[in-house]
Structure formats: C-alpha cells, structure tokens
Design a binder for this molecule. Structure first.
Ligand code: GDG
Length: 742
C-alpha cells in the first residue's frame, strides 16, 4: 500500500469550476527599469485551446510564473485568472532541471541520453508536486474539473484526489510514455504510477504510449486492464475506480497558423528570407528546441553526406536550422550544443562557398510571425526526431502551407507520424534511408507534392487543438444530467451514417436495449426495440450485431435475437457470425497457454484445501471462498508468482475471493474491430452504457457514431438518456436509410 501523499486534511474549496495545472503559467514576466511589472501572454497552442473555456466556465490556471524566489498574488491577465506557484532556485535545480529534465525526460524518450537517478531530486519532485496540488486544491470549487499537464507533475493527480475526492481529475502527458523494459529502470516507478492513477482520465499522445502505461500498471500493480479501462482498487469494500488511459493526439491552432501565413507582410518576409539566402533552388528547414531527442545531429550528418556524395550541391540547396535555446543549465544540453555547433561549423567549413552557406544555423528564438515566414519559405521541412511525443512543428508547417506545396519529411518516432501518413516517413537512425528521403523530397514533382500536402492539410485542419481539448474534456466530464429524446447533433450524425454503403449497427444489450435489473437472468429488451432492430435487418446493406460481456448462451437466453443478428459474447471471446455454432476464436498458442494455466492452478488447488478451479471460455478462475483467509491468500500468491514467471502475458482480474486468469484479453473494442472486418462495413454505429463499452467507442473511427447511454465519462461522441431513446434512435436510422435509398 502506498502511503498517502498529502495528509488528508479536508481542504476548503475555492470558486473555480475549471482549473488547469501546468509547470509554467502561459505568461512571461517583464519588469521595466522603473520597476513596473507587466505580464505578457505567451501564446502557445494550449492557451489558444483553453482560453474560450477558461473565460466561459470561470477557469483558473495554476503554474510557475517563470521568476524564481518570488511570491506573486493570483492575478488576472487577458481575461484569464492566473494562480502563481512559487519555485525557489533550489526547486528549479532539483525538481525542474534535475528530476524532470535529467531523469524523466531522458527516461521517457527511450534513454537517448542516460537518465540520472538521484534520491534528493526525487524528494524535491515530491515537494514541488505537493505545492502545485495544494495550490490547485485551494482554488477549485466543489466538484470542479482539474486538468493537470505533463511529466513534471505526475504526482499531482493522486495528491489532489487525496485532498479533494470531490474533484474530476484529468492528466495529459505531452511526452512519450516508455515501454516497460525502460520504465522499469526508474527507482520510483511504482510511486509515479500511483500518482498518475489518481486521475480519472490519463491522456497520451499515441496509442502505443497508453499501451505502455497500461502494461506498466499491470506489471507493477497487477490491476485489471481492459483496453483503455483500468480498474483501480480504492481500498474500501472491494470497490474500484475506473480510470481511462487513452491517446488524445494534441494539435495546433491550425486556422491561426493559416491566418498568419496568408498575411501579405508575412509572405513578403518569406520571399525576403529566400532572397537573403541567395534564392536557392531548394530551401530545407529544421526548427527544434535544441534537444537531443530531436535528431538534429542525424539530420546534419545526412545532409553533410549528401553534399559529400555530390547528390546535393551547396549551389542549389541550403538548410536553415533554428535550434532554439533550451535547458541551458543541464549539462547534457551544454554538451549537445557543443556537439551540434561543432558539426555545423565543420560542415560549413567543408562545403560552404563565399556566396552559398550550407547550413544557416540560428541559436535563437524567433517571434511566431518569423517562424511562419520560414515555413512558407521552406520547400522541404525536416523533422528527424529520435523520439518525440507529438512534434507540433510538423503540424505547423502543414497548417502554414495554404499554397498546398512543400514536402514534409517526418520521423516515424514522432507522435505526429500516426496521423501525418502522407509525409515522407523516415527512420532517422537509418542515415542512408534518410538521405534517400531527402533527395526524394527535393526532387518530388509538383503534382505529388500537392497531393500529399492536400491530404496532410485536411488531417491537421480537421483535428486542431480545439478538437483535441474538447475530446479530452468530453471523456473526462459529461456527467451532467442527460435530457430525454434525440439531440440535434445526434440526429445530424444519424443522417450522415444512414447513407453508408455497408452499415454495421453494433449494440450492447444490458443497459442499452434492456434496462438493468437485479438478477441478470431477468433482463429483457424494452418494448419496441425488437421491431426497431427488425426494421434495420429488413434494409439492404445493414447488419446488426449484439456485443455483450455475457457468455453467449446467456445472451441468447435473455435477448432472443433474430437469427440474422450477429453475436459476440464474453467481451469478444465468443462469436457467432452467421453460423449455428458458437466459435471460441482461440489461437493454438492460446490453447497451449490455457493448458499450462490449468496445470499450474490445478496443482496449487490440489494442495490447498478449500480452493476450486472454474473453467471459462478463455481462462480459468481460482476460487478461494471456501478456504481459510490465510490459505486463500497463499493460493492467490502462489498462482500470481508461478504464472507471472511462466505466462507473464496473462490478463489477471481480481474479484472477491476469486482470481481470474485469461489467455485472451479481449475487449468489446476487439469485438467491434472483428465485426467491422467480417461485415466489411464502411461506417459503424455503436451504442453502449457500460465502462466496458468504452473500449468499443475507442475502436471507432472519426466518421463512425458512438452513443453512450446515461451519465458518466465516455469516449462516445453522443449521449442519450436511456434504452427508450436507443429504440428511437434505431427506428430513426431505419427511417433515414429507407428514405435515402428509396
Ligand atoms: C513537447 C513535446 C509535443 C520552437 N522554436 C521557436 C518556437 N518554437 C515552437 C514551435 C512549436 C513548439 O515551440 C515546439 O513544440 P514541439 O511539439 O515541436 O516540441 P516540444 O517543445 O518538445 O514539446 C512534443 C509538445 O510538447 C506538445 O504536446 O508535441 O512532442 O516534446 O510550437 O513552433 N516558437 C517561436 N520561436 C522559436 O524560435 N515563436
């Protein structure tokens, strides 16, 4: 058991209903010679995204104002309430430069640089996180939503929950979350997970990051995880809290970038930049904080070799590299700067001519207008990060290119690569591959450039930072009372989906078609739902499926579905797709694991009185209800230990006096994916009410429709009150589709 991180003294509540917490406040401090203090908003994407919400919902931002050793009272700037947290020089050295940037940053970025592990800086990290948590707890109104940001503040969610259990708490990690083999190096690996699991929703950039996090939770805490859902025991009456760990790829204010790019003065500046560089045929650009994760050295090496090989010539191609100053007091960064500047100097010495500079290198920060002018001026944008949470520069370049030109070369190790598939994707460690990609970018014909850029621009425009924050906050909140009927935005979505060529209607049963009842065997679909399903089944190009956590035999018994309804049960482990038999859908490796599992549990149960084994479709359960408490614990411990060694990939679910092991960790999300494949559906409608339905919502694509029934956090795009509305919705889809196909 972890000790409480904050003494649980009941804290008095504040007045803000929405609170953002980040290491740095979005303002810069300026002091005039006469001592007059002004604060200037530093316009990042996060501010742009959250500003409207901050204003409309009585919000506050908690963070460090950027000046050490000074106390500042809360103040208002540009209509946003700011709550400064004090950091002393020692905090900056130990919490910020030390633990955050010399331990967590390199560890989370695949140990590209060696992380240092120091107990003193860890202590400072705890102390400063506690200060942030206390500041947020003091200003948040009862039941407020608090959104904590980034790796510097991973203990804050738990500290806040302990101080203020009434709050709804979200956390977003802007940087990657590493695979377990790397994360496990951290001496305080359990404490950090414990800290994060204080949140209700934990957001990551990529689905791989969320997966790494869930795996760390399973390995270090053994908590059951199903898809994006983690059941975290509360320590009271066998209860657990549901935590969602999912990817929410961050973005930029794309309209804002495009607006700047369209300004005549900025376009003129772009032309000027090219002219000042001697109007090279190809201008290549790199823009990064000077950080070892960004692969600046790899980029320079590839460029240098291309010049040396004669595949590029300094007469034709110039590389502009902006390396904005960063973390200059951390020794790894000082060494990096020396290394990069040595490489730039050597390369220029070798290849530049009096009239042509190979690399135009700038160790400065520029105003945003100047950055946009550079984006417009650059024919090729090089993003060669060795590991990057997202990389906003890639998205900014795309947003700025309203002329639908320019080529983005993008590392597959940047989160942006998950979305920006029409970039030229590279592995920056592969210098030859990177060189080929650069040449391809330089030589790419105009038609291909436009085709790729058009598709990239659509992606960035549709998924801007407002969409990002809205989808995170929708997952986090959405607990307000749900009105009856079909809301207008849902009706619009139904109109669109009803026209699909092949439509899959996938429905949870309990709580969706049937109200919840005390005894599961008594559940029955509500009046009218059978007719609504039949109306859909009668239409061409529509398939209807039930997706249930129940075993299929039980589902058939209570739902009595029409014969053409597709069925999946036990969270996707059992399927019945137009066949008379139920298929178990296990791979031969899984069958072997099942045998090993049975052998281990039977031998434990054979030796410990009062324990029994129950066979499940894809696993076994060890029941200890009839054993003494001591024997029960012993059996569970032995099972965990032996299976942990022999079958580490098993999914473990803990219940009251039962420990369940499955060889298949199937979710309703897997069920939806399988059904989509089987039916060849181009659009999917999914309705469900339970937390296990969140996996299904998580498996939907942008143009699918997810419908959550009732209150509670959800990833679904729409919500209705009860099964009654679900029946209306199904009837409405049938009506719309038959009208459209008539
Ligand atoms: C972290 C994660 C994730 C850079 N130089 C100047 C300047 N910039 C701006 C860029 C861009 C931002 O800074 C950098 O964002 P990145 O995403 O590229 O990288 P990190 O700073 O490492 O950010 C990253 C991000 O958090 C968000 O979640 O994407 O993966 O590491 O906006 O334009 N801006 C100006 N002058 C400069 O000289 N004005």
């Amino acid at each position: 058991m972890n000790p409480p991180l904050v003494e649980p003294a009941p804290a008095p509540a504040g007045t803000y209903t929405f609170v953002v917490v980040s290491n740095r406040l979005p303002v810069d401090y300026e002091e005039a010679e006469d001592g007059a203090v002004t604060w200037r908003t530093s316009p990042g994407g996060l501010v742009t995204a959250l500003e409207p919400l901050m204003r409309s919902s009585h919000g506050a931002w908690v963070g460090w104002p950027g000046v050490a050793d000074r106390d500042f009272e809360p103040f208002e700037n540009d209509g946003i309430s700011l709550v400064p947290v004090r950091l002393d020089e020692a905090d900056i050295k130990d919490y910020y430069e030390g633990f955050s940037n010399d331990t967590l940053w390199p560890l989370y970025h695949d140990v590209i640089a060696p992380p240092s592990f120091h107990r003193e800086t860890w202590e400072a990290y705890i102390a400063v996180n506690r200060r942030f948590a206390a500041a947020a707890a003091a200003v948040a109104a009862p039941g407020a939503t608090v959104w904590v940001h980034d790796y510097q503040l991973q203990l804050v969610p738990r500290m806040l929950r302990e101080a203020r259990p009434d709050l709804v708490i979200g956390f977003f990690n802007h940087i990657p979350f590493p695979p377990y083999g790397i994360y496990a190096q951290l001496p305080w690996r359990k404490q950090i997970l414990h800290g994060l699991l204080g949140a209700d929703v934990i957001g990551f950039q990529r689905s791989a990051d969320a997966g790494n996090f869930s795996q760390a939770v399973r390995r270090l805490y053994g908590y059951p995880t199903r898809g994006v859902v983690i059941d975290v025991p509360t320590g009271e009456n066998e209860e657990s809290r549901r935590v969602i760990a999912k990817h929410f790829p961050i973005s930029i204010d794309s309209a804002g970038y495009e607006e700047l790019a369209r300004r005549p003065d900025i376009q003129a500046r772009a032309r000027q930049i090219r002219a000042d560089l001697g109007n090279p045929k190809t201008l290549m650009l790199g823009v990064d904080r000077l950080d070892y994760t960004k692969g600046i050295g790899h980029r320079i090496k590839a460029f240098g070799e291309l010049l040396a090989d004669g595949r590029l010539s300094v007469e034709d191609v110039t590389l502009v590299q902006v390396a904005s100053p960063s973390r200059e007091r951390v020794s790894t960064y000082m060494a990096l700067r020396d290394e990069i500047e040595l490489a730039v100097g050597r390369l220029n010495g070798d290849f530049s001519t009096i009239s042509h500079t190979a690399i135009s290198y700038h160790h400065h920060s520029y105003p945003r207008e100047e950055m946009v002018a550079m984006y417009l001026a650059a024919d090729v944008m090089l993003v060669t990060a060795l590991r990057d949470g997202m990389n906003l520069v890639a998205k900014e370049y795309v947003a700025a290119r309203f002329d639908v030109d320019g080529v983005l070369v993008l590392s597959e190790f940047a989160g942006a690569a998950d979305e920006l598939k029409q970039a030229i994707l590279i592995n920056p460690h592969d210098i030859d591959g990177t060189k080929d990609a650069i040449v391809r970018a330089v030589e790419m014909p105009k038609r291909e450039r436009s085709r790729r850029m058009r598709s990239l621009r659509r992606k960035v425009a549709e998924n801007d930072v407002a969409v990002w924050s809205a989808s995170f906050l929708r997952a986090l909140t959405g607990g307000a009372a749900v009105p009856a009927g079909i809301p207008d935005d849902l009706d619009l979505a139904l109109q669109s989906i009803a026209g699909a060529e092949n439509l899959l209607i996938a429905l949870d049963f309990d709580g969706t078609l049937a109200p919840h009842v005390d005894h599961p065997e008594d559940a029955r679909a509500i009046a009218g739902s059978r007719e609504a399903v039949q109306a859909l089944l009668d239409l061409p190009g529509v398939r209807v499926a039930l997706v249930s956590g129940r075993a299929l035999v039980s589902l058939q018994h209570v739902a009595q579905p029409q014969s053409s309804v597709l069925l999946t049960g036990s969270h996707g482990i059992e399927v019945q797709l137009d066949t008379p038999e139920i298929e178990l859908n296990l791979l031969s490796t899984e069958l072997e694991q099942l045998d090993t599992l049975a052998r281990v549990l039977e031998s434990i149960s054979g030796e410990i009185a009062g324990t029994t084994i129950e066979r499940k479709p894809a696993g076994l359960a060890l029941h200890t209800r009839l054993a003494t408490e001591e024997d029960g614990q012993k059996a569970e411990r032995q099972a965990r230990e032996q299976l942990g060694d022999q079958l580490p990939a098993l999914t473990v679910r803990e219940g009251k006096n039962v420990l369940e092991f499955s060889v298949r960790s199937s979710t309703k999300g897997d069920a939806v994916t399988k059904l989509r494949e089987y039916t060849g559906a181009d659009r999917v409608f999914y309705a469900g009410d339970d937390v296990t339905d969140e996996d299904a919502f998580g498996a939907l694509r942008d143009d699918d429709v997810g419908l959550k029934i009732g209150q509670g956090a959800t990833l679904a795009s729409h919500r209705v009150r009860s099964p009654h509305e679900v029946t209306q919705v199904l009837a409405r889809i049938a009506e719309l589709r038959s009208a459209q196909t008539r």
